[in-house]
Design a protein around this ligand. Structure first.
Ligand SMILES: [Zn+2]
Length: 205
């Protein structure tokens, strides 16, 4: 049974996140998708193809973690299974934001290996679980694919049991998750700041 009050709050937070992230240029041209956990089996997730800057509660649907719609004829975002996988692998995650921001797209393309490592930045403390600039923050990078089920498996194999809070998809964007939507928005902002810095630093190395 879906808690309808919780669903309404989730829809409102997703509508607001869309406005904020579109205003900041992080979800251009309908890119990205967002979700909020509803319980241990269900999420509220953006429907496929919706422009994230102009979401309404009607653009946000309920699915289970395998992406079967619940009480809706809408189609979930193509990448909704990546959200479901993350909720399964990170029981404390309450919100997930996926953006196609410029820094995440560029840095993931410029990274030939399977991870981006950032360290030495005060702002990395904006990420959940990071308490010092001296920490080594490892952000896995996965190759892009249109086979989302396969990508969900790759992410599960690399992330389950870790304390990760984000991963990059090469040439595509970033996924980040947190205990609530405000923390998740903070992650998006902090990660893009760190990626911008890394891009600039690479020009000087
Ligand atoms: Zn995407």
């Amino acid at each position: 049974m879906i808690d309808l009050e919780r669903l309404a709050r989730a829809q409102q937070s997703l509508v607001e996140a869309g406005r904020v992230l579109h205003g900041a240029g992080k979800v251009p041209a309908t890119g990205g998708n967002f979700s909020v956990r509803l319980d241990d089996k269900h999420m509220a997730v953006t429907a496929s193809g919706r422009h994230k800057g102009f979401l309404t509660p009607a653009d946000i649907m309920v699915t289970d973690f395998a992406c079967h719609p619940v009480g809706s004829t809408l189609k979930p975002s193509d990448e909704a299974r990546l959200h479901g996988q993350l909720y399964e692998d990170f029981p404390e995650a309450e919100a997930i934001l996926h953006t196609h921001s410029r820094p995440s797209t560029l840095l993931s393309l410029l990274t030939t290996g399977s991870e981006v490592v950032v360290t030495g930045y005060e702002l990395q403390k904006a990420l959940e679980g990071i308490s010092t600039h001296e920490a080594r923050v490892v952000i896995p990078v996965f190759d892009n694919t249109q086979d989302i089920a396969a990508l969900a498996q790759v992410a599960h194999a690399r992330l389950a049991g870790t304390e990760s809070c984000a991963y990059l998809i090469r040439g595509h964007g970033i996924y980040t998750w947190a205990r609530d939507m405000n923390a998740c928005l903070r992650h998006v902002e902090a990660l893009d700041f760190l990626f911008d810095c890394e891009l600039e630093m690479r020009r000087h190395r």
